[in-house]
Design a protein around this ligand. Structure first.
Ligand SMILES: Nc1nc2c(c(=O)[nH]1)N[C@H]1C(S)=C(S)[C@@H](COP(=O)(O)O)O[C@H]1N2
Ligand SMILES: [Mo]
Length: 317
């Protein structure tokens, strides 16, 4: 097996693409196992997840990225909702340290002409990876600004050619209670399933998330691949996705099943429609003291409002 050591590479060779390929070989080929063996960790000992840069990251078109000040890497990785690893915000960072994100496949199936299973390496190569700064608004009335890395989900959807019956898309998270201790708790029905209408899934803002802060996704944020739908409450953006299924009928999502009066299918951020137990008019930006006004469609109204013309957003919440 031929692997270049970094000092064998002449500067002239360091184009983003070649660096990217070499890095991926180093990290994920046989050498990856050797590198891990060299960390000095005892077998089974918890170690921090290796951080790996995404080389060749491109800036996003201005319409798809915010200029707001970013939340820090530490805030984004340590204050998370990922119930598969525990219901406390601090649980996922601690409990996902040994989560195995390789090998990893995503089965894309259902109402499509070309069903296909993508390996994670296929997904990292499928389209140019862009850095997109998005506002993330949790239904619990906090928000963050995150520099994601990924590309429009539509890039992947185009490859499988949905049939005319494909009206909705389901996103299934991994179900593996051995690795995901939170799945022993029946707080939700597992696996975590979310869904979008096909036009929402095709909207260019809907991101197939592969990283953040220029690196492959940290485990607490849904490694190795997740969804990011910035105009909807955060729970619509399923983490650690293993299955994408095109269907004709509106799916029942994990949250609709657990509390149908509180969580609807659409779950668009809407300051005028309160959660039955609290107001959605304002939010706390993580790291700030004073609350901010929540924006319609989380600030993305100009881009997405037309998806919902003629709908009563109070009834179809
Ligand atoms: N599989 C899965 N996906 C999930 C969740 C979860 O518990 N399980 N939590 C959701 C919620 S409530 C939010 S706010 C976002 C948080 O994403 P972040 O931790 O990257 O900020 O992930 C969403 N995706
Ligand atoms: Mo959330």
């Amino acid at each position: 097996m031929l692997i270049k050591r970094p000092d064998d590479i002449r500067p002239s060779e360091i184009t983003p693409r070649s660096v990217y390929e070499d890095r991926r070989q180093l990290l994920f080929g046989a050498a990856g196992a050797l590198a891990l063996a060299g960390t000095g960790a005892l077998p089974g000992e918890a170690h921090a997840q290796a951080r790996e840069k995404i080389a060749g990251l491109r800036p996003a078109p201005v319409a798809y990225t915010l200029k707001d000040p970013l939340n820090t890497y530490e805030q984004i990785t340590s204050y998370t909702n990922f119930y598969e690893f525990g219901t406390d915000k601090s649980d996922p960072l601690r409990n996902s340290k040994n989560f195995r994100t390789r090998p990893w496949t995503v089965a894309v199936e259902g109402e499509v002409h070309k069903p296909r299973t993508f390996g994670i390496d296929d997904l990292l190569k499928l389209a140019p990876i862009e850095e997109r700064v998005y506002r993330l608004r949790c239904v619990e009335a906090w928000s963050m600004i995150v520099p994601w890395a990924g590309y429009s989900l539509s890039e992947l959807i185009r490859q499988v050619e949905p049939t005319a019956n494909a009206k909705y898309v389901e996103f299934h998270t991994l179900h593996d209670p051995k690795q995901m201790p939170g799945q022993k708790d029946p707080v939700l029905q597992w696996p975590y399933v979310e869904g979008l209408r096909i036009d929402e899934a095709m909207h260019p803002l809907t991101l197939l998330g592969l990283g953040l802060y220029g690196e492959l996704l940290p485990n607490p944020n849904g490694a190795p691949v997740r969804l990011v739908v910035p105009w909807k409450y955060g729970f619509k953006s399923g983490k650690s996705i293993v299955r994408i299924r095109f269907v004709e009928k509106m799916p029942t999502t994990a949250w609709m099943r657990s509390a149908p009066s509180e969580y609807g299918f659409y779950s668009n951020v809407n300051p005028k429609v309160d959660h039955p137990r609290w107001s959605q008019a304002r939010e706390r930006r993580i790291g700030e003291f004073l609350k901010r006004e929540t924006l319609m469609f989380n600030g993305y109204a100009e881009q997405v409002a037309s998806l919902y013309t003629g709908m009563d957003l109070r009834k179809q919440f």
